[in-house]
Write a protein that binds this ligand. Structure first.
Ligand code: HEM
Length: 440
């Protein structure tokens, strides 16, 4: 109460705000912080930067998701992505359309659980296979946390109703994840040095690595912090990825010509429906890269990156931000700010081909779908590889057609921006173009 929250579309302010230091920090335990309802001090994303857990988790988690570590999971990601063929083939045969988010939600769950805990969720046994128990628990947990956070503090201690159900769901979720986590650890695998960049390659999944990783003094992550971080990696991983995958399909069908260009590039990179895509192979496709960047610009999944002012601050432009206020750099509006982008509302992947444009936009804070600074996303390497893998597999096999009957909307109350009523039909391809004469 009494805290002022500022929302900005100014990239320069955003850069200052996201720089952890003397002026701003992330304090989710502040009741006015947008993530207060999920503040758990055992894990990244949900903890305060001042919490002792933060530097500890930051020592162990990023190495588990380095580009090299993520590259090592390419075969599992490809296999998990192909899981959806079963239902998309059936939709194609029966001439059906689907609510894209509902299916990308299940696909993202399948991808992220595979990499994090080595589990195959089998979400696509049939057209209507429900999401796994863990995924449903995540959904209920998020919903209850948000609802109960809007009530006074005493309400949370009630032994009945939603507060009681929240405690039950939290325990069930953590128990379910703990079982998956423990089952994923390689028996007699031995410790893995966290400072050795090759160590994640000796793990079967992220939970296996984090369970066995040790620092130079032989210390690993304590059990509660390990579990808290696996829960967060799963939750942060699949909620954001499902939104990005949905918007990627949206960009394919709504912006003419992109689907064909992507298919041509795949063919020119020897796609044949069997090819095992590697990390480097996926990132070598320049149009694919521009397409994903542009999707993340125009349809940024994240929008509530709140930071707390540690002191009175005067920001560029002369704005006085009183101590204790919260500033939210709003990525969807920064990414469309006409002062920094030509034709910001236009989907134009080619804007990313100008030399230096991506580095410049990132450095200046004009483009930051994964935030920046010490609290920036630790999973972005994985997210980028997942979306590219899914696009490579799906665009080669299907042509997507728009089947929406009304303007696509999103839920401003939910923590990521996701298309709620976007429908598309996957149509199985029977013909493919020839490779270009001037292939890269
Ligand atoms: C499209 C995909 C993704 C987007 C757009 C995204 C975006 C973001 C953003 C904006 C933040 C900063 C949040 C804040 O400041 O409050 C963040 C943090 C984080 N992300 Fe992601 N993310 C994505 C995928 C992933 C994946 C796949 C994982 C893990 C598997 C992941 C794990 C995390 C974690 C653990 C943090 C917290 C880092 C910290 O507190 O230091 N993210 N992400």
């Amino acid at each position: 109460m009494g805290t002022t929250t500022y929302i900005t579309n100014d990239p320069e302010i955003s850069r200052h705000v996201m720089r952890e230091g003397e002026l701003f920090t992330k304090t989710t335990s502040d009741p006015s912080h947008p993530l207060f309802y999920m503040n758990e001090q055992t894990a990244l994303f949900t903890c305060d930067s001042a919490s002792p857990v933060f530097p500890l988790a930051r020592k162990f988690v990023p190495p588990a998701l380095s580009p090299r570590a993520v590259a090592h999971y390419a075969p599992s990601i490809q296999d998990a992505a192909r899981g959806i063929f079963n239902v998309f083939d059936e939709m194609s045969d029966k001439d059906l359309a689907c609510n894209v988010y509902q299916y990308m939600f299940k696909l993202a769950g399948q991808l992220v659980f595979r990499v994090m805990v080595g589990q195959d969720l089998q979400h696509f046994k049939s057209l209507n296979t429900p999401p796994s128990v863990a995924i449903r628990l995540f959904g209920e947990y998020l919903k209850l946390m948000k609802k109960t956070s809007l009530r006074p503090k005493w309400h949370g201690s009630l032994p009945f109703g939603e507060p009681a159900r929240l405690r039950v769901v939290r325990n069930l979720l953590f128990d379910t994840v703990a079982k998956e986590m423990d089952a994923s650890v390689t028996p007699d695998g031995g410790p893995l040095p966290v400072d050795d960049p090759m160590a994640p390659l000796r793990a079967t999944c992220v939970a296996d690595f984090l369970s066995r990783a040790q620092d130079g003094k032989g210390n690993g992550l304590p059990r509660d912090i390990l579990l808290g971080n696996i829960v967060v990696l799963l939750g942060a991983g699949f909620t954001t990825t499902s939104s990005l995958l949905s918007w990627a399909i949206y960009s394919l069908v709504k912006y003419e010509g992109n689907q064909e260009r992507l298919l041509q590039e795949l063919i020119d990179h020897d796609a044949n429906g069997q090819r095992g895509w590697t990390h480097d192979g996926l990132h070598a496709m320049s149009f694919m890269d521009c397409f994903v960047k542009e999707t993340l610009r125009l349809h940024s999944p994240s929008f509530q990156t709140g930071r707390n002012a540690k002191t009175d601050v005067i920001l560029p432009g002369g704005y006085l931000i009183p101590k204790g206020s919260i500033v939210i750099p709003c990525f969807p509006t920064i990414h469309k700010n006409p002062a920094y982008w030509d034709n910001p509302a236009q989907f134009d992947p080619d804007r990313w081909t100008v030399p230096g444009v991506a580095g410049n936009a990132t450095r200046k804070g004009i483009y930051s779908p994964f935030a920046s600074g010490a609290r920036g996303c630790v999973g972005f390497n994985l997210a980028l590889m997942q979306v590219k893998m899914v696009l490579a597999e799906l665009v080669y096999r299907y042509r997507f057609e728009d089947a929406s009957t009304e303007a696509v909307v999103y839920d401003p109350e939910f923590l990521v921006v996701r298309p709620l009523n976007f429908y598309a039909s996957p149509i199985r391809r029977t013909e493919w173009p020839s490779a270009s004469k001037t292939r890269e």
